[in-house]
Write a protein that binds this ligand. Structure first.
Ligand code: FES
Length: 105
């Protein structure tokens, strides 16, 4: 199944893509040239350059970060929000279909 993901830039512009189930949303962002997602550490929760905010308005829960992700989120560049996640830890699945990810900035 393909999962619909929408990325929203700080200026409000949006880009939508269909992502293969099982792919993490940092890799998906790189594949679709999403500005502001860098993924420097390759998805090992060591860089936080894949930080996104799950748009509370999209109705999809941001989920609970694991302890290591949680620690990284405390030091993100643009400040953590209640729905902040490292997108390398969000895995495309049917539950996330239609998720909107705001790029901090
Ligand atoms: S890619 Fe480095 S923490 Fe997600």
């Amino acid at each position: 199944m393909m999962i619909k993901v929408i990325w929203v830039q700080p200026d409000g512009s949006e880009k939508e893509a269909l992502v293969e189930e099982g792919m993490n949303l940092m890799d998906a962002a790189l594949e679709h040239d999403i500005e502001g997602v860098i993924g420097e550490c390759g998805g090992s929760m060591a860089c936080a350059t894949c930080h996104v905010e799950v748009d509370p308005g999209c109705g999809i829960p941001a989920g609970d970060p694991q302890p290591m992700e949680n620690e990284m989120l405390d030091v993100v560049e643009y400040g953590r929000t209640a729905t902040s996640r490292l997108s390398c830890q969000l895995i495309a699945s049917p539950e996330l279909d239609g998720i909107r990810l705001k790029i901090p900035g």
